[in-house]
Ligand binder design. Structure first.
Ligand code: MG
Ligand code: MG
Length: 250
């Protein structure tokens, strides 16, 4: 069942989303060659705790961090570690959730570390474009396939691989609620209604679609070892334009 968010729930989710956006603002500032993913996790924790919120990911199905930090060919769910550092030319995807007053915000962004290659830059630009193409379809009266199709069209145009096993999701009281949202058309004609909140999150690859899960049972990487990017916002359907909830409030 897909829950419509009440006015009060939306207010609290918007606050959670603001905190998530604060974490990303900080990540953008501190990511540089030599920083470890554990340091990034600690910084994210400080921001979330400082805002009197709860790091949603910590302990979720036993996940040991409050961010997922996935470098280069890693797609999602990378575990922060003090021995894992980024270097010039890498990309790092940071996914983070915050729970505030019982409501969740969820957002991911892929950051370049210093200067990256032209093709990697194109991967980042395309995946971000796919996210915003998806967001533009998050309107009451559209169907889920409209969002999926918009994401897919951008990926296909740029000949990027589309991760098939993971996708977007409803979000609210829980991080993962109904519905599941594919990043390619599947013929899902579920109607989008005002008050639905969905985390829209394309994961695109420079190479093939296929991914593998590491022995740690978390880290997902591309099968061909080529880079992958992940951009995500929590978005509310309204009677008017889509509202991005995981952005800074004025
Ligand atoms: Mg996320
Ligand atoms: Mg998500």
């Amino acid at each position: 069942m897909i829950n419509k968010k009440s006015r009060d729930e939306i207010k609290r989710m918007r606050h959670a989303g603001h905190i998530v956006a604060l974490v990303h603002k900080k990540m953008k500032e501190v990511i540089e060659p030599g920083i470890s993913t554990k340091e990034l996790d600690d910084i994210a924790m400080q921001v979330i705790k400082g805002e009197r919120a709860i790091p949603t990911f910590l302990g979720y199905h036993g996940f040991p961090g409050c961010i997922c930090a996935s470098i280069n060919e890693q797609v999602v769910h990378g575990i922060p570690h003090e021995n894992v550092t980024v270097k010039e030319g890498d990309i790092i995807s940071v996914d983070v959730g915050a729970t505030y007053a019982g409501m969740v915000g969820d957002s991911a962004w892929t950051y370049p570390v210093g200067k990256v290659s032209d093709e990697v830059q194109r991967l980042l630009k395309t995946t971000e474009e796919a996210l915003f193409a998806g967001i533009s379809q998050m309107k009451a009266g559209n169907v889920l396939d409209d969002i999926s199709g918009a994401i897919e069209a951008v990926a296909v145009r740029e000949k990027m691989g589309i991760v098939r096993q993971y996708g977007g999701h409803g979000v609210g009281h829980e991080m993962h609620e109904d519905p599941f949202l594919f990043n390619y058309r599947v013929g899902d004609n579920t109607l989008i209604k005002s008050g639905y909140a969905i985390a829209i999150e394309p994961m695109l690859n420079l190479g093939c679609d296929e991914v593998v899960v590491a022995d740690d049972e978390w880290t997902v990487s591309t099968k061909d070892g080529r880079p992958s990017a992940h951009f995500e916002h929590t978005v509310l359907a309204t009677d008017d334009e889509p509202l991005i909830m995981t952005q800074l409030m004025e």
